[in-house]
Design a protein around this ligand. Sequence first.
Ligand code: HEM
Length: 506
Amino acid sequence: MFGTLLYIFSRLLFSFWIYPIRAHLKLKRNGFGGPSPNFPLGNLKEMRKISQEASSVSGSSKISHDIHSTVFPYFATWKQSHGKVFIYWLGTEPFLYIADPEFLKAMSSGVLGKSWGKPRVFKHDREPMFGNGLVMVEGEDWVRHRHVITPAFSPSNLKAMASLMLESTNTMLDRWADLINSGNHEIDVEREITGTAGEIIARTSFGIGYENGRKVFEKLREVQVTLFRSNRYVGVPFSKMMCPKKTMEAKRLGKEIDDLLMSIITARKKDDSKGAGNKGRDLLGLLLEGNGREGKTLTTRELVDECKTFFFGGHETTALAISWTLLLLAQHPEWQNQLREEIRQVTKDKELDVAMLAGLKKMGWVMNEVLRLYPPAPNVQRQAREDIEVKEVIRIPKGTNMWIDVVSMHHDPELWGKDVNVFKPERFRDDALYGGCEHKMGFLPFGFGGRMCIGRNLTSMEYKLVLSSILTRFSFSLSPAYSHSPTILLSLRPTLGLPLLVNALS
Ligand code: HEM
């Protein structure tokens, strides 16, 4: 008995104390600084204090695009004293903070997609949302998943989804027209667009209607709020026991989502075996069809996790990109007009179709500029699975967690110039990919390397279809009720919604 207790004690001591300190010392030997941690919270207490101070001083009636110190106030503070690369601690987990694209390039250039890990501490925490789907899976499993999934996002498969996207968008816009006709011009566009993007992903991914889809994504939203809005002790030993209610709630919701998706997949498999399914028309059908090709297979459990990943990754980020765009266009009616003119030239007043989207160049600049100022995925995370050498002088030890601060790089005047916080889509006119950024790794809305976002072409298509449909039917301006509230809830959201005053175009 004593022996067992001693064994457990020494395991805990090593996991929570000795290994992290050793990792920290190795990192410090490379010359990285950072705020001093305390056991067992690391820097969480300081992060909370800085966040509270920042929220008590931030005014919301004025719209500033200089959002880094609003959404990541602790990183903005530490960056001033420790530079663009430093160490901070979430509980007993040391993280290497990176907001320097040159360092990121040197560090990541020799690491293959399959060799990257995702921080274990987040994997556990986010299990109910992503399971072991493509966002989280690692190594050879990641290669297998990516291999099965990639063909589902081919241009011809995406093209087949366009009519569903337009159908759902038109239903939303007809509702807007009804609201306006009945004298109600104020519309919370974020809520509307998130609902429609959810419907689009439910139909294009699983061939299921809004009602069933809504059940899944309402539960996903509940998990997200449960996990990210309450006091969080990520990285702190036994943190799950410190918040048992939250942990149980997230687990229960995760299980309900799994059950729902499992029943959708099983029904589809049954239909397909009877030859009655619409295999091939949506992402799930394409996955089932591609499954087994060249011996690469996903189990039903893995399919459930991929479905969760598509559901969450596939609607919220795209909806946020469109919503933030509407805010910026509401502030810049001259850009609404320029885009309308471009749509007219490209469509020649015919109905919009996918083949025309490539011609919407200015809309592409606007999308990139919005993703720069308000990146829906505000950070990228990695964990080193092997020691990584950087320029032969720095050694990042195996197991190091990394937090790549995308918001910081997108708002860095040294990379973008003095007008970094100005909405200026024309940055992307002569440099469509990087917007004139001083460094090619300074603009990372979809991540980097082999693990870059698999859904970026789907997003670009949906963005252009939805935005063109809105712009051809309506004009919009800011509502006096709008309060600027960009906040991180895993993604970068306008927490208090996005009410706009919308008018039908004659
Ligand atoms: C504006 C829209 C979107 C943004 C900003 C976005 C952003 C990102 C980012 C930053 C990553 C991480 C890349 C990395 O770790 O380097 C990622 C990965 C991923 N995204 Fe997206 N995404 C968007 C839309 C979508 C859509 C529509 C889908 C699916 C339907 C999707 C599915 C995924 C998946 C599965 C991964 C994991 C890829 C891998 O690790 O192999 N995303 N996305």
